[in-house]
Design a protein around this ligand. Structure first.
Ligand SMILES: [Zn+2]
Length: 894
C-alpha cells in the first residue's frame, strides 16, 4: 500500500527492531543452497567469546554488511557466515577472574568442572554477541553459525595437526618463548603488549678468573639472571675488548668460571659492548649459545612461576621471586664492590596482555609449525596479485613481516582449547600422533597412553576458518559453492596473526587463496585523537549508542565523513552528522509521500521523460544515473567513504536542496497538470531508487521509508540494485543546470555579502559570453529569479554598459549585477577589491605550482591540465574585475 502516513519524527529503536524481526523471519539472509549465477561469500571474523562487541567490530561489520547487502541486491547468491572463537587463553583468564571473585581458583577445579565453568561463560557471551550482531542489523546467515570448538572444527583442527606432523612441518623443540609467570603459560607474540619503561641498568664487574685485578664490565637490567650465565660475549671487531677475548671470568656471587667469547650478534653500542650470555632466558642469548657448540646448556634458574631455582643459584637466593631476587642480587653485588655504575634506562618491556605480568623469556619445550615454505607461497600469491590488500599501503608491511617470520609456537599450557593429539605410552615411551586416541600402544600393547596436557593456540583453529567453517575436510556442498570466499574485512592489527596465517592455510590445505581481497579498516580514535581501547575506557559501548541513536545512525557515522580505512576520530559530532542526514532522508520521503497521489503506480524499470520535460527533471535523472555509476565504481575500488560521500551529496544537495526546491511549484500544480504528473513520476522514481542505493548504508530506515513510497516487491533488502542505465545521462541538462545553480548561488551570496534582506525582491542583471549559457538563462530566468528572490532578471548583451548602483560578482559563467541602494556602492567596490586580492593570491599560488618542475613531472597530466585551465580562468576573472574597478574609478573621477 502506497502513501503510508509517516510520522514527523521517527523512533529508530522501534523501526529497527521491527525490520530485524521481519527480515529474519522471512529468511532473507539465508544463503541459497543451490545457487545459480554469481556467488558472493565472506566470513565474519569470529569474535572472541571473551567479551562484547566493540565499536571497532561495528565498523568492520558495517563495511561487510555494505558489501553483502549490495551483492544480495545485485542478485548474487550471497553468504555471510557468522561464528565465534573460543579464544583459549583469553577466555580462560576471564573465567579465572570471575571465579576468583567467588573465592574459587580455576586451576584447583577438576578438569570437568573447570570446562563447565568455561562453557557456561561461553554460552552467556555467545548470546550477547549474537544479540549485538542482530541489533546492528547485520545480515548474517544464522543457519550457518559456527563455533571454533564445535565437533567439526575439532576434527578439522586435529586433522591439520596430524597431517602437518607427518609431513614434518610440526616439530617439538626447545625455544625461547614469551612466558607469563602469572598464568604459567607460553604466549604468542600477539598476546604481548610492548611499552616503554624505565628500569635500573647496572654495570657489573665480572672479575678475572685468574685472580688478577680488574675484570670485564657488563651492563644488564636483569641482574637476577646472572646465575644462568654461560659466557660473556663481545663483538669480534671491538678493540676495547680485544685483550679480554679467550680469557675467563668468574660469575659474580659464585665460583663458576665462564669464558669471554666473540659473537657478531653483539650490539657494540649497548652498555659496555660486553653481553652476559644466559641462554635459557633471552632470545639473542639462546642464538649465541647455538652458534657456540662448546657452551653448556645450564639448568633452569627461574621456575615457571618466576622464582629463582636450581643448583646454579646460590642457596640464599633460591626460592626468591624474580622481583625480590633482583634487589637481593643487587645488594649482594654492592656489598662485594662489583657494581661500577647504576643508571636509569628506558627500554621496551613486554607485558602479558592477559595478566599484565612482565614477560619472562624462557626456554621451554613447545610444539612449533615450520612456516617457511608456507610463508613463501603466500608472499608469491600477494606479489602475483591473486590476493589484493586494500588500502594497498599495507602490502609492503606484509612482505617485511613474512620475510622475518619465525616458526610458530602453537602449544599453550592452559586447558581451554583443542587438546594436542599426541599420546605417550607409559610402558615403552612410544609417542603416537593421531586424530583418534589409540586404544593400545602399537609397540608394546600397553594401555596406559597419556595425552599431551597442553592445548593448541586458538589461532591454530581460526587460521582454518574460511574453509573449515564451510565443513572442510568433508566435501560439503557449501564448501563447493561458497569457497573460496571473495573478501575478508578486518583490522590491520591482526594482519599477521590471522590474515597471513589464513593465506598460508588456504594454499597449504585447499591449494587456493581463501579470499581474493582483504580490506583493512582503520583504528578508531576518540575526540582527543587517542586510540580507543578497553584499558583507556574511552571506547563507548555500541549497544548503548544503538539504543540512543539507532543502528543506522551509528553505522552511517562510522562510514562518513572519516575515511573508513584511516585511523580517524569518532565522537558526538560524527553521530550528530549521521542523525541529521537520516532526518533529512526522512523529511525528503515525507515530502514525497505528501506530493504523490495515493493511487500512484510503482516506478517503472526505467525513467522515460517526455520530450518537453523541464530542465530540473532531465537534470535530476542525469545526476541519478551518474551517481549510480560513481557509487558502483567506488564500491568496486573498496572506497567505502567515497561511496557514502557521493550518496550523501546526492540526497542532500542534488535531490533535496536543488531538485525539490526547484520542482516544488510544479509539483503543487503551478505549471499545470501534465507538468505536475511528470514531476511526480520523476520524484517517485528518484526517491525510490535512492532508497535502494542507501539501503546497504542505513538498512532499517530505508526499508521503513521504502514501504511508504510507491514500490513493488516485499522487501527493500532484496529489491534490485539500481543501474545507471535506468535513467538518461544528459550532459546538456547538467551544463544548463550548472548555469542556473551558479546564478542562484551568486545572487544569494551577493545578497548576504551586502547585508540585504533575504526576501527583499531586487532587480538583477547578468552578462554571459557563452551562447549556451545565455540560452539557459533565457529559459530558466524565472527559476533563478524565484530561487534567488529577484524582482526580475535581465540578460545584458555582451557590449551593453553595466547597470548603475549594483553589487557585482564575476565567475566563470559570467558577470552578475544585483541592484543595491545607492549608498551601498562604495562597499561594493570594496568587496570587489577584496575579491580581486583573493583571486590574485590564488593565481600567484597556482602559477608558482605550475612553475615547479618537480610538480610537472610528478603530477598526472590531467592534474597539470586542470591547473593550467585554472590559471586561464583566474586571469580572465581578474581582467573583468579590473574592468569594473577601472570604470568605477573613472566614474568617481568625473
Ligand atoms: Zn608402548
Amino acid at each position: 500500500v502506497n502513501g503510508r502516513e509517516l510520522p514527523a519524527r521517527f523512533d529508530p529503536v522501534e523501526v529497527e527492531r521491527r525490520w530485524q524481526e521481519a527480515w529474519e523471519s522471512a529468511g532473507l539472509f539465508r544463503a541459497p543452497s543451490a545457487p545459480t549465477g554469481a556467488v558472493f561469500s565472506l566470513a565474519l571474523p569470529p569474535p572472541n567469546v571473551t567479551g562484547v562487541l566493540t565499536l571497532g567490530h561495528v565498523l568492520g561489520d558495517s563495511v561487510m554488511d555494505l558489501l553483502v547487502r549490495t551483492h544480495r541486491m545485485r542478485g548474487d547468491a550471497t553468504l555471510w557466515l557468522p561464528g565465534a572463537d573460543h579464544a583459549g587463553l583469553a577466555t580462560q583468564v576471564e573465567v579465572r577472574r570471575r571465579l576468583l571473585k567467588q573465592g574459587v581458583r580455576l586451576e584447583e577445579l577438576p578438569r570437568e568442572q573447570a570446562i563447565q565453568a568455561v562453557e557456561s561463560w561461553r554460552h552467556e557471551h555467545e548470546t550477547v554477541i549474537r544479540e549485538q550482531i542482530r541489533r546492528g542489523g547485520f545480515s548474517v546467515d544464522w543457519t550457518r553459525y559456527r563455533y571454533t570448538m564445535d565437533p567439526e572444527m575439532q576434527r578439522a583442527t586435529t586433522q591439520i595437526f596430524v597431517r602437518l606432523f607427518h609431513e614434518g612441518s610440526i616439530y617439538r623443540g626447545e625455544r625461547i618463548v614469551n612466558w607469563d609467570p602469572r598464568l604459567r603459560s607460553a604466549l604468542s607474540d600477539l598476546e604481548v603488549v610492548h611499552t616503554e619503561e624505565t628500569t635500573e641498568l647496572l654495570t657489573i664487574r665480572y672479575p678475572w678468573a685468574d685472580g688478577r685485578p680488574g675484570g670485564i664490565l657488563v651492563a644488564t637490567v636483569r641482574p637476577e639472571t646472572i646465575f644462568g650465565d654461560v659466557a660473556v660475549a663481545v663483538h669480534p671487531d671491538d678493540p676495547r675488548h680485544a685483550a679480554a677475548v679467550g680469557r675467563s671470568v668468574r660469575v659474580p656471587l659464585t665460583e663458576r668460571v665462564i669464558p669471554v667469547i666473540t659473537d657478531p650478534g653483539i650490539d657494540r653500542e649497548f652498555g659496555t659492548g660486553a653481553l652476559k650470555v644466559t641462554p635459557r632466558h633471552d632470545v639473542l642469548d639462546f642464538e649465541i649459545f647455538r652458534r657456540h657448540p662448546g657452551l653448556p646448556l645450564p639448568p633452569s634458574v627461574l621456575d615457571e612461576g618466576g622464582k629463582l631455582e636450581g643448583e646454579w643459584v646460590p642457596v640464599p637466593f633460591r626460592g626468591l621471586d624474580r622481583d625480590a631476587a633482583r634487589l637481593a642480587v643487587r645488594d649482594a653485588l654492592h656489598a662485594e664492590g662489583l657494581i661500577e655504575k647504576t643508571e636509569p634506562h628506558q627500554h621496551t618491556i613486554g607485558r602479558s596482555e592477559r595478566s599484565d605480568a612482565v614477560i619472562e623469556p624462557r626456554l621451554s619445550t613447545q610444539w612449533f609449525v615450520r612456516v617457511g615454505p608456507m610463508a613463501e607461497r603466500s608472499v608469491e600469491a600477494v606479489r602475483r596479485g591473486d590476493i589484493r590488500f586494500h588500502p594497498d599501503r599495507w602490502t609492503p608491511s606484509f612482505f617485511r613481516w613474512m620475510e622475518k617470520l619465525e616458526d610458530w609456537c602453537i602449544s599453550r599450557q592452559v586447558f581451554w582449547g583443542h587438546r594436542i593429539p599426541v599420546y605417550t605410552c607409559g610402558g615403552c615411551q612410544l609417542v603416537v600422533v593421531a586424530a583418534e586416541a589409540p586404544l593400545a600402544c602399537a609397540k608394546c600393547g600397553g594401555k596406559e597412553l597419556t595425552q599431551d596436557p597442553d592445548v593448541l593456540d586458538a589461532w591454530f583453529t581460526s587460521w582454518l576458518w574460511p574453509f573449515a567453517s564451510l565443513g572442510w575436510p568433508e566435501p560439503t556442498s557449501d564448501l563447493a559453492r561458497y569457497y573460496p570466499t571473495q573478501v575478508l574485512v578486518t583490522g590491520r592489527d591482526i594482519m599477521f596473526f590471522w590474515v597471513a596465517r589464513m593465506i598460508m592455510a588456504g594454499y597449504q590445505f585447499t591449494d587456493r587463496a581463501p579470499f581474493a581481497d582483504v580490506y583493512y579498516t582503520g583504528m578508531l580514535r576518540d575526540d582527543q585523537g587517542r586510540r580507543m581501547s578497553k584499558h583507556l575506557g574511552n571506547s563507548p559501548d555500541p549497544l548503548q549508542l544503538i539504543g540512543e541513536h539507532g543502528a543506522d545512525a551509528l553505522r552511517f557515522a562510522l562510514l562518513y565523513p572519516n575515511p573508513v580505512d584511516q585511523d580517524g576520530p569518532f565522537g558526538r559530532a560524527s553521530l550528530d552528522g549521521a542523525r541529521h542526514f537520516l532526518t533529512k532522508l526522512w523529511n525528503v520521503v515525507r515530502f514525497t509521500v505528501g506530493h504523490l497521489p495515493a493511487s500512484m503506480e510503482p516506478p517503472p524499470d526505467r525513467l522515460e521523460l517526455p520530450a518537453g520535460a523541464r530542465l530540473e527533471e532531465r537534470w535530476i535523472a542525469s545526476r541519478f544515473s551518474a551517481t549510480v555509476e560513481e557509487v558502483d565504481s567506488a564500491l568496486a575500488a573498496f572506497e567505502f567513504t567515497r561511496a557514502t560521500t557521493l550518496l550523501h551529496g546526492f540526497l542532500w544537495h542534488d535531490l533535496a536542496d536543488r531538485y525539490i526546491e526547484v520542482a516544488k511549484g510544479t509539483l503543487a500544480g503551478d505549471r499545470g497538470e501534465e507538468a505536475a504528473r511528470v514531476a511526480q513520476r520523476t520524484l517517485s522514481f528518484v526517491v525510490e531508487r535512492t532508497l535502494r542505493l542507501l539501503h546497504p548504508f542505513a538498512p532499517h530506515v530505508t526499508e521503513e521509508l521504502w514501504h511508504a513510497v510507491p514500490h513493488s516487491g516485499e522487501f527493500l533488502a532484496v529489491a534490485r540494485w539500481p543501474s545507471g542505465t535506468e535513467a538518461t545521462r544528459d550532459p546538456a541538462a547538467e551544463a544548463e543546470m550548472h548555469v542556473v545553480l551558479e546564478s542562484i548561488r551568486v545572487f544569494r551570496n551577493l545578497r548576504a555579502e551586502n547585508h540585504l534582506a533575504p526576501a527583499e525582491p531586487l532587480r538583477a542583471w547578468v552578462r554571459v559570453s557563452d551562447p549556451k549559457a545565455a540560452q539557459a538563462l533565457r529559459e530558466q530566468g524565472p527559476t533563478v529569479a524565484k530561487q534567488a528572490r529577484l524582482a526580475e532578471l535581465l540578460l545584458l548583451a555582451p557590449g551593453a554598459p553595466d547597470p548603475a548602483d549594483v553589487a557585482t560578482s564575476v565567475i566563470a559563467v559570467g558577470e552578475y549585477f544585483l541592484a543595491v541602494p545607492r549608498e551601498r556602492s562604495a562597499t561594493e567596490s570594496e568587496a570587489l577589491r577584496r575579491e580581486r586580492s583573493k583571486l590574485s593570491d590564488l593565481l600567484t599560488k597556482t602559477q608558482s605550482r605550475l612553475g615547479d618542475a618537480g610538480f610537472r613531472t610528478r603530477a598526472p597530466p590531467e592534474v597539470v591540465r586542470e591547473q593550467e585551465s585554472k590559471v586561464a580562468e583566474l586571469t580572465e576573472r581578474l581582467r573583468r574585475i579590473d574592468g569594473h574597478l577601472g570604470e568605477s574609478s573613472t566614474e568617481s573621477a568625473t
